[in-house]
Each structure stands twice: as C-alpha cells, then as structure tokens.
Write a protein that binds this ligand. Structure first.
Ligand code: HEC
Length: 220
C-alpha cells in the first residue's frame, strides 16, 4: 500500500506541475472559441493578426500564400492589403525587425507566434489578451493578470474601446482561432483525410469479408 501511494505521488506531482504551467496566472483560463471550419472567423482573425501583431511578432512558419489558400482569401487582396513586411506572396510572415533592437526597446524581445497556441494553449492566449489592465507602475501603463509584468503594451486598447467588451471578446476569439489554425495549418486537412481513410476501410471490409467466407467455405 505504501508503495502504491509513493508511486501515486510520483506520478501526480509532475502532472500537477504541468497543470500549473498551463494555468492562467491570477485568473481562471477562459475557453477560447476555436472553430477551424469557420472561415469567416479565421479571415477576420488573420486581418487582426496582420494589422496588430505582425509589426512586432513574426509568424515565420506560415507563408502568405498558404494562408490565402487555406482561408480562401483572394491572393491579390493578400498582396495588396495584407503584406507589409515583404513583397512576395510565397514569403513567410517574418518581420525583418532586429531581435536585439527589440529586446532593447521592450526589455524582452517579442517571440515568434507561429506555435504560440501549441506552446501555451489557445485558452491561455485568449485569456491573456482579455486580461490587460491599467497599472501606472509599468513602463506602458498596463499590466496583465495572466502574464505578470509583461513587457508587451496593450496593443488592442483602441479596438477594445471601439468595440465594447462583447465585440472585443469576439474579435479576440477570431484572432485566437486564427492563431490556432496558424500553429498547425494542415490540421483540418489531416482530419478530413482521416475520415476518408475510415470510409475506405469500411468499404474495403465488405469484399474482404466475402472473400474470407469464400476461402473457408470448403475447409469447414
Ligand atoms: C509593440 C510591440 C508588440 C505588438 C504590436 C504585439 N506584441 Fe505581443 N509581445 C510583445 C513583447 C515585447 C512581448 C514579450 C513580453 C515579455 O516577455 O515580457 C510579447 C509577448 C506576447 C505573448 C506572450 C509570449 C509568451 O511568452 O508566451 C503573446 C501571446 C503575444 N505577445 C501576443 C500578441 C498578439 C496576439 C498581438 C497582436 C494582437 C501582439 N502580441 C502584439 C510586443 C508586442
């Protein structure tokens, strides 16, 4: 029995540590409205991301062209209105800003966000973006309940004022939906491929079953 408890504790403690890492600082994690089939939400999120985040953060594992294809945005629109950091649609979303310079300006360099929702979870990023609050003691006049003493300014503050709490939540939801897509662009494809494979196996089962019956007919 003692051994059992020891083993139990051994497994439990790293699990609890992990749960803590995924926690949302001073607040409970809100559940992000992720729906990778909602193209309108993804398109809206892409707009917000490119207008408000790409100035400081890169997303170097995603190419504009791929995004245009997956989200069904006309590549011409992408070239004209969405590409500030580059001139070729086949380029990755990479800000050409010097990381060292950024670290000097902000204290910490803004990390690449390609895989952020996989690193932190969509819920964490969603809750983080909804939890900036005024704090005079911080360099940008804001602090964050999820990421204490964060070096990032509240870049969506104008949007929050314009849209009101509900509209803001919805826009941030779209943004996090897009960031979730970005962290694994082939997920929807892979999932639908999975269904085709299952359907194929189900259909294949019929002749295999009949053949099997046919082969054993005379043996029995
Ligand atoms: C003015 C520059 C700037 C802009 C614009 C900006 N950020 Fe940041 N961001 C930062 C900096 C600097 C950090 C690093 C904070 C730290 O480590 O203290 C950061 C950190 C983050 C983190 C936490 C990264 C981690 O450590 O896991 C997330 C998530 C994030 N930003 C998302 C966004 C999103 C989404 C947008 C667009 C709405 C955005 N940021 C726009 C500067 C910026």
């Amino acid at each position: 029995m003692k051994k059992f408890f020891l083993l139990f504790a051994l497994f439990l403690s790293p699990m609890m540590a992990m749960a803590n890492v995924g926690g949302c600082g001073e607040v409970h994690c809100e559940s992000a409205p992720v729906d990778l089939h909602n193209k309108e939400s993804l398109q809206n999120g892409a707009k917000v991301f490119i207008s408000y985040c790409l100035g400081c953060h890169s997303a170097k594992y995603l190419r504009y062209e791929r995004m245009a294809q997956d989200l069904e945005i006309d590549p011409k629109l992408v070239s004209e209105y969405m590409m500030f950091t580059t001139d070729k649609i086949g380029d990755p979303m990479d800000t050409k800003v010097d990381k060292k310079e950024q670290a000097k300006w902000f204290g910490n360099a803004p990390p690449d966000l390609s895989l952020e929702t996989r690193l932190r979870s969509p819920d964490w990023v969603y809750t983080y973006l909804l939890n900036f609050y005024p704090d005079d003691k911080r360099p940008w006049g804001v602090n964050n309940r999820v990421f204490k003493d964060v070096a990032m300014p509240h870049v969506l503050t104008n949007m929050e004022q314009e849209l009101g709490p509900e509209g803001y939540e919805e826009a941030v939801g779209d943004l996090v939906n897009f960031m979730t897509y970005m962290s694994e662009p082939s997920r929807t494809e892979r999932e639908s491929l999975g269904w085709w494979v299952l359907a194929f196996l189900a259909i294949l089962f019929v002749p295999v079953y009949l053949l099997n019956k046919e082969y054993w007919k005379d043996v029995k």
